[in-house]
Write a protein that binds this ligand. Structure first.
Ligand SMILES: [Zn+2]
Length: 258
C-alpha cells in the first residue's frame, strides 16, 4: 500500500510538470526549424553567393583605374580589373625539361628564372616537391571558367584574374615542409602569398596558400617583412569594394581559380 501510495503521490506531485509543453512538441518544433534552415541553405545561399560576385564585379567597374605601376606590380582584382587593351607580356611554356616537370603551362617570361631558382633551391633544402599546377590563362579561358562555374563565388570574372597576366602561379606541394619553405622563402625570389590569412577584408578573397604572385624581390621583401598584402603595398583604396563584399559575402570570396 505504501508503495502504491508513494507512486500515486509521485504522480500527483509530477502532474503539474506534465501539464507544461510536451517534450514531443519541443522535439517536433526543433525538427521543423532545422528543416526550414536546411531548406534555406540549399535553396537560397547559392543564389546569394552568385549575387555577391555579380554585385562585386559591377561595383568594380565604377572604381578608378590606377594601373600605371611597373608590370610586375600590376594590381588585378575585381576592384581593379585589367584594361580592355591590356597587352599580355611575353610568355614561356614550362616544358618537360623544366625544373618542376610541368608541361604545357605558360607563365610570363620574367617569372621563369625566379621560379626555376626557387624550385631548385627548394630541392636543395630537402623539402617535398613543389610543382606548378596553373599559370597563365587567356581572357577567353577565364571567361569560360566563369561562365561554366555553377558557383561563381569560386571563380574570378574575366579581367579580374591575375592568371591573365602570367604573373600568378598556383603551386602544389607534396608535403607540409615544402609549403612552409614556400611561405618563408618565396619572397627571396620575388613571389608573395597573394591572398594571405588575415587580409581578407582588404583582398576580398579568403586565404589561398597555393596562389603565388610575382611582384619582384623588392616588393616581395617588404610585403613579407611588414606582413602586408599587395593592395597595402601599393596604397590602393579598396574600402568601397570591401564594404560591399562584407555585406553580401562575409569572410570574402573563396576559391581556387583566382
Ligand atoms: Zn591562382
Amino acid at each position: 500500500m505504501n508503495r502504491v501510495a508513494a507512486r500515486t503521490g509521485a504522480r500527483v506531485r509530477h502532474a503539474p510538470a506534465r501539464s507544461g509543453i510536451s517534450p514531443r512538441l519541443v522535439v517536433g518544433g526543433i525538427c521543423i526549424v532545422l528543416v526550414l534552415v536546411l531548406a534555406f541553405t540549399v535553396l537560397c545561399v547559392p543564389q546569394l553567393r552568385v549575387a555577391a560576385t555579380d554585385a562585386t564585379f559591377e561595383l568594380a567597374h565604377s572604381l578608378p583605374q590606377d594601373n600605371d605601376a611597373p608590370p610586375a606590380l600590376l594590381l588585378v582584382s575585381a576592384a581593379y580589373p585589367l584594361p580592355d587593351d591590356y597587352q599580355v607580356p611575353e610568355l614561356v611554356t614550362l616544358g618537360a625539361g623544366s625544373t618542376d616537370g610541368s608541361t604545357g603551362i605558360r607563365i610570363a617570361a620574367t617569372v621563369q628564372e625566379p621560379l626555376e631558382n626557387m624550385l631548385s633551391d627548394s630541392r636543395a633544402a630537402g623539402v617535398g616537391t613543389i610543382f606548378v599546377s596553373s599559370g597563365y590563362r587567356t581572357h577567353e579561358e577565364q571567361a569560360r571558367l566563369y561562365e561554366s562555374a555553377e558557383d561563381k563565388s569560386y571563380v574570378q570574372p574575366p579581367g579580374a584574374s591575375e592568371h591573365e597576366t602570367g604573373l600568378a602561379l598556383d603551386l602544389g606541394v607534396t608535403d607540409f615542409f615544402a609549403q612552409e619553405w614556400l611561405v618563408e622563402n618565396s619572397w627571396r625570389y620575388g613571389f608573395i602569398v597573394r591572398y594571405p590569412a588575415g587580409k581578407e577584408h582588404i583582398t576580398g578573397i579568403s586565404f589561398e596558400q597555393w596562389h603565388f604572385r610575382y611582384v619582384g624581390v623588392e616588393a616581395a621583401a617588404q610585403c613579407y617583412e611588414q606582413d602586408i598584402c599587395l593592395e597595402e603595398y601599393l596604397g590602393m583604396d579598396t574600402s568601397g569594394v570591401n564594404d560591399a563584399r562584407a555585406q553580401v559575402a562575409p569572410g570574402g570570396l573563396q576559391g581556387h581559380m583566382r
